[in-house]
Design a protein around this ligand. Structure first.
Ligand code: UDP
Length: 375
């Protein structure tokens, strides 16, 4: 399948390149590049100020959306004044005739709600697990009304929505050439990610303190108050915060580490940082929950330990010598290459375009619009 005209609509929580979008920023970059290489036309729609390698981005001005993980499960849907999310979907509506398929990467209610109102098919790549009742309802309605139009990173993530079978499981990938294999690490461990409570950096700090190993921390400082609390709680930890680094610098630091530690408190949808570490030959110690549990081959390319168990985490930090760094790189090459990602997405796009659409104009389809599932 070649030559599709694709509109990829980014997250409205921050410009691409800011780090506020988390792993979806890297996914969009890698996927966009691979789709271009395969001969598709790619246009990315994103908040103004976005940069996505060489991929052309249409930037729209507007107020950013709050991130879903900072809202409660029962918080009503919010749309700020002059919402960039609204602007992006207005643009998508006005320009839909120029595209064969619109792919939504925003974890927001509005694009799901708008799906039946578009003539051009809208598919949704869902980038987090279930976080809100309102979003669950919107996702379930698309699952019922537009079979095949939902994609997710992992099976565990998809299942949090109560309609896991409706999702195409698309995994993730990285540009392997951008990551150098490092056979001879130093003594430190790495922790990568947005510094925000759902990532539970405190568990990695507590374990590193007990195991007496240095911890290098890299990532977007999303929640400053939380970070300050951690600095006060773990004054003894030999930890250094190196900032939010571009991929080239990130991989140079991570490659030198003995392992990556992943401590998400939530059901991590995937964990792009896990495959970035593997590509450098760095094993991954992670809680056995969410995306990492589908990535790490425990005993070979890392250790999966019981979720939220800091003692088990500490113990795993002291059992790294049996893990094989070449096997880590090999797993990244086998399971997470860009061509494989491109094939999976193309197959999904084919499914989205061939599945019958219940109607064209939104007004006419309201009567057949699936009801919300009963609570
Ligand atoms: N990242 C980065 N620089 C850093 C630390 C992290 O660019 O210094 C990126 C990393 O490459 C990854 C993203 O931040 O793509 C984190 O994504 P992940 O899927 O691990 O978690 P999410 O933030 O989506 O929950």
């Amino acid at each position: 399948m070649a030559g599709l005209r694709l509109l990829l609509v980014s997250t409205p929580v921050g410009p691409l390149g800011s780090g506020l979008g988390g792993g979806v920023e890297l996914t969009l970059l890698n996927l966009g590049q691979e789709l271009l290489r395969r001969g598709h036309g790619v246009t990315v729609l994103a908040p103004a100020g976005s940069v996505l390698g060489d991929i052309p981005v249409v930037g729209l001005i507007g107020e950013l959306q709050p991130t879903a993980h900072t809202q409660g499960r029962n918080t009503p849907i919010t749309l700020p004044k002059q919402s960039v999310l609204g602007q992006m979907w207005d643009y998508a509506r006005q320009h839909q005739g120029e595209f064969d398929l619109i792919v939504n990467f925003a974890y927001d209610w509005l694009p799901f709600y708008l799906t039946p109102f578009f003539q051009t098919p809208v598919a949704h790549f869902v980038t987090m697990g279930s976080l809100s009742e309102a979003m669950d309802g919107a996702v379930q309605r698309v699952a019922a009304q537009f079979p095949g139009r939902l994609g997710a990173y992992t099976r565990t993530q998809a299942e949090t929505f109560g309609c896991g079978e409706a999702f195409a499981i698309l995994s993730s990938a990285i540009d392997l050439e951008a990551y150098q294999f490092c056979p001879t690490p130093g003594n430190a461990l790495a922790w990568l990610g947005r510094i925000s409570p759902e990532k539970a950096l405190e568990d990695a700090l507590a374990a590193a303190e007990v195991a007496q190993v240095p911890l290098k921390i890299l990532g977007k400082l999303e929640d400053e108050a939380y970070w300050q609390t951690l600095c006060q709680r773990f004054p003894q930890a030999e930890a250094s915060y190196l900032g939010f680094l571009p991929t080239q610098e990130l991989q140079a630091v991570v490659g030198q580490c003995r392992a990556l530690v992943m401590t998400p408190r939530w059901v991590e949808a995937f964990g792009n940082v896990a495959i970035e570490a593997l590509a450098c030959g760095v094993p991954v110690i992670a809680y056995d929950r969410g995306g990492p549990s589908e990535i790490v081959q425990s005993g070979t390319t890392g250790w999966l330990v019981p979720p939220d168990d800091v003692v088990a985490l500490t113990d795993a930090m002291q059992r790294l010598e049996t893990l094989n760094r070449s096997a880590c790189r090999h797993q990244a090459e086998t399971d997470y290459s860009l061509p494989a990602l491109g094939e999976r997405f193309e197959a999904w796009f084919g499914q989205c375009l061939s599945s019958p659409s219940p109607g064209g104009d939104g007004i006419g389809t309201i009567a057949t619009w699936a009801p919300y599932p009963s609570p």
